[in-house]
Design a protein around this ligand. Structure first.
Ligand code: A3P
Length: 324
C-alpha cells in the first residue's frame, strides 16, 4: 500500500502516524483515482494527504489574502486568470500579462495539493500582497486561520451534470488516474458522491451556506452566471477583492478587454496553454481547456441518467436556495 502514498515524484512523504491515520479511514475503489479515502467527510486520493494535512496544520492566512476555492472542473482555470488579471492590472498591461507565458495554474498554484505537497510553503511569504491562493478543500476542512482572519474567499460552483462530464473527460488525461471505467460505472459512483473532494453537493452547499452567513467574507459565484454575463461578474469580483474599476477604466472598456483576454477561446489558443505540462501532476496544460460550454452534459448523459441526477440534486440541495 505504501505505493499509494507516493507523490508525483515517487516519494512517500507521509509520517508513520499519518499513514496509520489514512489507513484507518474508509476506502473505496474509485473511477478517478485507484482508491479514495473518506477524510472529514470528503473523498481524498492517498497521494494528496501530505499536502492537505500540512496545509491544514501550518497554513497561516493573512487578512489581505484572496482565496479562490472550487470543486475540480468548475472553472478554476478561468477564475484564476480573471482574478490574477484584475488584481495585477496596474502592474501588467494585457500585452505584457504573465498569463501569455505562464499557465494560470502555475501563476496561482493550489496551496493545498501543490505548494504544501511539494514542501514549498516558504514561497508563500514571497508573494506580493494581496496573495491570490487557490484551494479545493471543503469549507468544513479549512484551517482555522482562514475562518478567523479577514481573508476573503471567492467560491466558483458549477452545475454537477456539467462538472461530471468535464471531469470524466479530464481524468483520462491525468497520469496518476485509475484505469478507465465506462461512463455508466463512473456515473454510478459519482451519484454516490465518490470522486476526489466529493460529494460535490456537500462541497457546494458548505460554501453556499457559509456565504449566506458571511457575505462580506465569501463571494459565491456560478460558472453558468459568469458565462451569461461576464462583464457584471468581473465588476463584482473586482469590487469584492478590493480592486474596483474606476470610471475612467470603465469608459476605456478595460472590463471588456479583460473579459476577452480571459475568455475560453483566447486562453485555449494561447501557445502557452497548447504546449507543455503543469509543473505538478504532469498534466498537459491543454487538458484544462475542452469546450468551456454550459450544458454539454446533454451530449453524454441519457435521459434516465439526467433524471436521476436531477432528483438527487433536488434531494441534496433541497430548499437551500442554491438551485434557484
Ligand atoms: P469543460 O470540460 O466542460 O469544457 P477547471 O478549470 O476547474 O479544471 O475546470 C475546467 C473546465 O473549465 C473545463 O470545462 C474547461 O474547458 C473550462 N474552462 C477553462 N478555461 C475556461 C475559460 N476561460 N472560460 C470558460 N470555461 C473555461
Amino acid at each position: 500500500k505504501s505505493v499509494e502514498f507516493q507523490n508525483s515524484a515517487g516519494e512517500n512523504q507521509l509520517s508513520k502516524e499519518d499513514q496509520e491515520l489514512v489507513l484507518s479511514l474508509p476506502r473505496v475503489k474509485s473511477w478517478d483515482y485507484a482508491f479514495l479515502y473518506q477524510y472529514q467527510g470528503f473523498w481524498c486520493a492517498s497521494n494528496c494527504f501530505h499536502g492537505i494535512l500540512s496545509f491544514q496544520r501550518h497554513f497561516q492566512a493573512k487578512d489581505t489574502d484572496i482565496l479562490l476555492v472550487t470543486f475540480p472542473k468548475s472553472g478554476t482555470t478561468w477564475l484564476k486568470a480573471l482574478t490574477y488579471t484584475i488584481a495585477n492590472r496596474s502592474r501588467y498591461t494585457l500585452e505584457n500579462s504573465p498569463l501569455l507565458t505562464t499557465p494560470s495554474h502555475d501563476l496561482v498554484p493550489f496551496t493545498d495539493v501543490h505548494i504544501y505537497a511539494d514542501n514549498k510553503s516558504s514561497t508563500l511569504e514571497d508573494l506580493p500582497t494581496p496573495r491570490i491562493l487557490a484551494i479545493h478543500l471543503p469549507y468544513a476542512s479549512l484551517p482555522h486561520s482562514i475562518i478567523n482572519s479577514n481573508c476573503r474567499i471567492v467560491y466558483l460552483c458549477r452545475n454537477p451534470l456539467d462538472q461530471f462530464i468535464s471531469y470524466w473527460h479530464f481524468i483520462s488525461k491525468v497520469p496518476q488516474a485509475a484505469d478507465p471505467v465506462s461512463i455508466d460505472e463512473a456515473f454510478e459512483m459519482f451519484c454516490q458522491g465518490v470522486q476526489m473532494f466529493g460529494p460535490i453537493w456537500d462541497h457546494e452547499l458548505g460554501y453556499w451556506k457559509a456565504s449566506l452567513e458571511k457575505s462580506n467574507k465569501i463571494l459565491f459565484l456560478k460558472y453558468e452566471d459568469l458565462k451569461e454575463d461576464i462583464i457584471y461578474y468581473i465588476k463584482k469580483l473586482a469590487d469584492f477583492i478590493g480592486c474596483p474599476f474606476n470610471n475612467e477604466e470603465e469608459a476605456q472598456g478595460v472590463i471588456e478587454e479583460i473579459s476577452k483576454f480571459c475568455s475560453f477561446d483566447n486562453m485555449k489558443n494561447l501557445e502557452v496553454n497548447q504546449i507543455g505540462k503543469l509543473s505538478y501532476f504532469g498534466i498537459e496544460n491543454k487538458a484544462y481547456f475542452r469546450k468551456g460550454k454550459v450544458g454539454d452534459w446533454t451530449n453524454h448523459l441519457t435521459p434516465s441518467m439526467s433524471k436521476r441526477l436531477d432528483n438527487l440534486m433536488e434531494e441534496k440541495f433541497g430548499d437551500s436556495g442554491l438551485m434557484t
